[in-house]
Each structure stands twice: as structure tokens, then as C-alpha cells.
Write a protein that binds this ligand. Structure first.
Ligand SMILES: Nc1ncnc2c1ncn2[C@@H]1O[C@H](COP(=O)(O)OP(=O)(O)O)[C@@H](O)[C@H]1O
Ligand SMILES: [Mg+2]
Length: 272
């Protein structure tokens, strides 16, 4: 345990047999997660694994079908509003009011969280500058590029100083420079004690940033632990006792199964 965890023993997020169904389909299947405070947590899985659904359930955007969720030591079903006040979310679909300017959207979000006007006046310009969105103050969000919308959504998620930041695919559609800014910012925030919970399928980014990882597929948890632990290795073929150190990508493919495309030779012959 790190010194930070010793001082803050309640996990940031805990789920107990969490299930979310859509009709007869089970998108999240008896998930037991534990995210320590102050950790940089990467939630990984192939497309359709249930990552976005899990984030929506953990942040109160969707109700669970069954199971329990504790966020910052509180039962999400009981203390929903108190939890929402303490977390920030950048959801998959961003949820911005496109007819507002960035500054207006930030001010609106700040007021929703009950911030004083003076607090908003102090924080909003700083956040816009940090996200490099300050140069065109009159621009409406509808005219923003996808990357700009993402950065604004992140600014909105930070304005009330959350204790946990949930980010669904934060690097998707973001250019290399913005992505660098974002990575630096997130690393700095976790150093100050913020917990980051992010989903991604870009394994190189996760490998560079995250301290802890969980991998899901078809709604089920397949692996969880510190990145260093997971990368210690996978069993050497023919000698199950020995471990071979691996990259996160190799580990991911080993766990999730890299054999889904079989018979590559026969298919796509028409492509030449
Ligand atoms: N509102 C919904 N209604 C029905 N099925 C859904 C809904 N949202 C997600 N799903 C299904 O749940 C599964 C997991 O989706 P999602 O959580 O978005 O995966 P991921 O984010 O890991 O790519 C997918 O098969 C998806 O089609
Ligand atoms: Mg998703």
C-alpha cells in the first residue's frame, strides 16, 4: 500500500456483483471492482465489452439491474446526489449544450454544482486556458471540433474539484498535441490525490499512464491488479511454471484471446 492509501483506506470505487442488463442481454455481468483512492485506473476491454455501460452505472447515469456500488465509501443507491457532487464525468456522448459558448457552458456547469459566481469567475478562465480553448471566446460549441468538445467536457468535469474523474475514451478523436496536454494534466491531477477512472482501448496510452488495470470482456472481469503485477508475465508455453514478461498489449491479447479472426487466409481473397 502507498502512503496515500494508508491515510485514505476507503476505496474510491467498489462494486459488488454488479449486473446491468438490456432486456435479456447482460452487458455487465457480476462485476467486482475495487479502485483505490489516488490511483490512475485503466478499465480495458474490446469493443462492446461493457466499459461505457459500467461507467454510466458507476456515475448514476444508468441504474444497475442488481448488485451494489460504493463510491467514496457511500452507497450510490442511497447517497446518489452526494456522490454526484464529488465526482466528475466525461461520458461517451459528452452531453454539451451546443448553442452555448465554452465559457457559458462552464459557468452553467459550475452553477449546477452550486459554485459561487466568484469561484466560477476564477476557475472557468483558467480551465479554458489550460484546455487551449480561450482564443475564440465567441465560438459556439456546435462549431467546435470533436477534440475541442472533448477538452471542454473535461473542463466541465473539473470545475467543481471532483475527488474522482470518470473518463470514457478520453483520447478518442483527440490530436497528438491535445492528447499530450491531457496526459500531462491527468498525471498531475493524480499526483495531487485525484482518482482517475478511464476506459480506453488504446493500450500504449494506458500502459504509460495507469497504475492499476482491470480487463473486461463480455461484461465479465478477466483480470485486475497493478500494471506492474500484470506485466510480470504470462506462463511460458510448455513450462507453466515460468513467466515471461510482457507488454500490456501482449497481456491483453493473452487474456482476451487473440484468436477471434481465424482462417484469415481464406477470407478477403477478393481484396487481392
Ligand atoms: N442502451 C442499450 N440498449 C441495448 N444494448 C446496449 C445499450 N447500451 C449498450 N448496449 C450493449 O451492451 C454491450 C456493451 O456496450 P458498451 O458498454 O457500450 O461497451 P464498450 O464501451 O465496452 O464498447 C454492447 O453489446 C452494446 O450493444
Ligand atoms: Mg464504450
Amino acid at each position: 500500500m502507498t502512503e496515500f492509501e494508508v491515510q485514505n483506506p476507503t476505496p474510491a470505487v467498489e462494486t459488488f456483483d454488479l449486473v446491468r442488463r438490456f432486456g435479456v442481454f447482460t452487458a455487465v455481468d457480476h462485476l467486482n471492482l475495487r479502485v483505490q483512492r489516488g490511483s490512475f485506473f485503466g478499465f480495458l476491454g474490446p469493443n462492446g465489452a461493457g466499459k461505457s455501460t459500467t461507467i454510466k452505472v458507476l456515475t448514476g447515469l444508468l441504474g444497475p439491474s442488481s448488485g451494489k456500488i460504493r463510491v467514496l465509501g457511500r452507497d450510490l443507491a442511497v447517497e446518489t446526489l452526494e456522490v454526484k457532487r464529488r465526482i466528475g464525468v466525461v461520458p461517451e456522448d459528452l452531453n454539451l449544450f451546443e448553442r452555448l459558448t465554452g465559457a457559458e457552458m462552464l459557468a452553467f456547469t459550475g452553477r449546477m454544482y452550486g459554485l459561487q459566481k466568484s469561484e466560477i469567475a476564477e476557475r472557468a478562465p483558467e480551465l479554458l486556458e489550460l484546455m487551449e480553448l480561450e482564443s475564440e471566446p465567441k465560438k459556439l460549441i456546435v462549431e467546435y471540433s470533436h477534440g475541442m468538445k472533448k477538452k471542454l467536457s473535461l473542463a466541465c468535469a473539473l470545475i467543481h474539484r471532483p475527488e474522482i474523474l470518470f473518463l470514457d475514451e478520453p483520447f478518442e478523436g483527440v490530436d497528438a498535441i491535445a492528447s499530450r496536454t491531457l496526459k500531462d494534466l491527468l498525471s498531475r491531477l493524480t499526483e495531487r490525490g485525484l482518482t482517475v477512472f478511464l476506459t480506453s482501448h488504446v493500450l500504449e496510452i494506458v500502459e504509460r499512464l495507469c497504475s492499476d488495470i482491470a480487463i473486461i470482456s463480455q461484461g465479465k472481469l478477466l483480470a485486475a491488479g497493478s500494471l506492474d503485477e500484470l506485466k510480470k508475465g504470462i506462463p511460458v508455453e510448455g513450462d507453466g511454471e515460468r513467466l515471461r514478461p510482457v507488454s500490456l498489449e501482449e497481456y491483453f491479447i493473452h487474456i482476451v484471446g487473440g484468436t477471434r479472426i481465424s482462417g484469415e487466409e481464406e477470407v478477403l481473397q477478393w481484396l487481392g
